[in-house]
Design a protein around this ligand. Structure first.
Ligand SMILES: Cc1cc2nc3c(=O)[nH]c(=O)nc-3n(C[C@H](O)[C@H](O)[C@H](O)COP(=O)(O)O)c2cc1C
Length: 172
């Protein structure tokens, strides 16, 4: 089904229960290619994507976010930011790494939804443990974990609960 961006944005939701169906390799490649096309400040692309598929790697990441639903994912992408490579604004030295990583992450989440896959942003994980288990070098921060897979039939689809346009948009 061909969806426009609004339809896709409405369709994507946080999937918190996955079926055990494996994700096709072409779909994983597609998600990573969409991520690679994300914009970034000064085009510095201060990111790396850890694709966790092996039982060992999955056990490690599951130890960083101990939830039953999280363990049902057949694959995880850990989106890492490189603070040594990201743009710092001259006027106030603001590090734009988080912004760049957020864009790339949402590219993946939307691409997954487009491909009939589910995902969920996870930031509430033990990042110190994750950094250690993934053996990430200095300056590289694991920022978001995206568990990805086909949604289980029992996955709860919550109604979109969003603020009203008039409460968040200001025309000046
Ligand atoms: C930056 C960020 C961090 C999040 N961290 C978590 C998390 O740690 N665990 C979780 O279950 N959901 C997490 N979420 C998912 C949000 O709860 C979810 O996107 C929000 O409730 C809206 O629901 P929807 O994604 O189904 O539209 C996170 C979302 C974002 C954008």
């Amino acid at each position: 089904m061909l969806m426009n961006l609004l339809e896709l944005a409405k369709q994507r939701y946080s999937v918190r229960l996955f079926s055990n169906k494996e994700i096709e390799k072409e779909k994983v490649d597609y998600l990573l290619e969409v991520a690679r096309m994300a914009p970034s400040a000064v085009n510095l692309q201060p990111w790396s994507f850890l694709v966790l598929q092996s039982e060992e790697a999955k056990k490690d990441i599951q130890a960083c976010y101990d939830r039953d639903w999280f363990k049902t994912a057949p694959l995880y992408i850990v989106v890492c930011g490189n603070h040594l490579a990201s743009w710092k604004r001259a006027s106030d030295n603001k590090d734009h790494c988080d912004i760049d990583i957020a864009i790339a992450t949402e590219h993946i989440a939307l691409a997954a939804a487009e491909q009939g896959l589910g995902s969920c942003w996870v930031c509430n994980f033990d990042s110190v443990l994750c950094k250690k288990l993934m053996q990430l070098p200095e300056g590289i921060e694991p920022m978001v974990i995206l568990p990805i897979g086909y949604a289980d039939q029992q996955a709860v689809v919550k109604e979109k609960n969003r603020k009203n346009t008039e409460d968040i948009v200001l025309y000046l």
